[in-house]
Design a binder for this molecule. Structure first.
Ligand code: AMP
Length: 285
């Protein structure tokens, strides 16, 4: 496995791989890798000749006061994980931005709601770094987790709007045995918070069961999840929303096609997100 920290070297490597007619699958991450990241690497490994993983805690996607400085890091363990998943190249740059960096990629509309409503500039930072990494890696395809559903849709929209010749693949959410979605940020949780975090997925499953039983009122579904989450003493709801899975606009009126139930909940300083598509089997897309 190659380990590069320099953009010039990566450019040369990708030019050579593409020159040999090889396909490249890319998995961008912020490191502190877990089974969720591994699942994306496996999807990439199955689909391309070369697998590239980037590990970069991107300052542009953290607002002032967020956890940029404390974001968990373990580069040694990350390299072992990549090696064990058969990754060909790990790109771990120290920095990606010159001091006079002055370009921002803004994907409008999709970024107004959900996490975009409270995380000022977050998706601009995501779109900017992803486009930059795409230009360095020059992947045939890139794999993103559905856990960050809004991010996945933002990337898809950017790729479509800017005619990037990259296939975007979404990987399913990987969960712990108690249903908690794996996240590098779970490392921040106390044992009490970690135990209570199980209510997120439980409440999404309960909403799914309500839809299966015939409930079609978005307000009833959202309110039930909000109540269930708020019953956990340490949980503070940031949002619970039922949105169209394509436009991410809130569902109004009766639920008549599959929709995304998405939530963000704080436990102390830690903000967790989760989501589930409802009505996939019961309703026509
Ligand atoms: P991060 O390192 O948190 O920026 O995540 C890197 C990639 O891994 C993103 O595409 C995430 O959506 C994805 N990811 C993070 N957690 C999970 C999970 N539990 N299941 C599937 N994908 C995940």
């Amino acid at each position: 496995m190659l380990h590069l920290d320099n953009s010039g070297d990566l450019h040369r490597w990708s030019r050579a791989a593409l020159g040999r007619g090889q396909t490249i699958a890319f998995v961008p991450t912020m490191g502190y890798l877990h089974e969720g990241h591994r699942s994306l690497m496996r999807i990439a490994r199955e689909r391309a000749d070369q697998v590239v993983v980037s590990i970069f805690v991107n300052p542009l996607q953290f607002a002032a006061g967020e956890d940029l400085d404390t974001y968990p890091r373990d580069p040694e363990a990350d390299l072992h994980i990549c090696e064990s998943e058969g990754v060909d190249l790990v790109f771990m740059p120290g920095d990606l931005y010159p001091s006079d960096f002055s370009t921002t990629v803004v994907v409008e509309g999709l970024t107004n709601g959900l996490c975009g409503a409270t995380r000022e500039g977050h998706f601009d930072g995501v779109a900017t770094v992803v486009l930059k990494l795409f230009n360095l890696v020059r992947p045939t395809m890139a794999v993103f987790g559905q856990k960050d559903f809004q991010q996945l849709q933002v990337v898809r929209r950017m790729v479509r709007d800017l005619d990037l010749d990259i296939q975007i693949v979404g990987g399913p959410i990987v969960r712990d045995s108690d249903g908690v979605a794996l996240s590098s940020r779970n490392a921040y949780l106390s044992s009490e918070e970690r135990a209570q975090a199980a209510i997120l997925n439980k409440s999404l499953i309960a909403a799914d069961a309500q839809v299966r039983a015939g409930e079609r009122d978005p307000e009833v579904l959202v309110e039930a999840v909000r109540q269930a989450v708020q019953a956990a003493p340490l949980a503070r709801v940031d949002y619970v929303e039922l949105v169209d899975a394509g436009s991410l606009e809130p569902v109004t009126g009766r639920l008549d096609r599959p929709a995304l139930l998405a939530l963000a909940v704080r436990f102390g300083q830690t903000r967790l997100i989760d989501n589930r598509v409802l009505g996939e089997e019961q309703l026509q897309a």
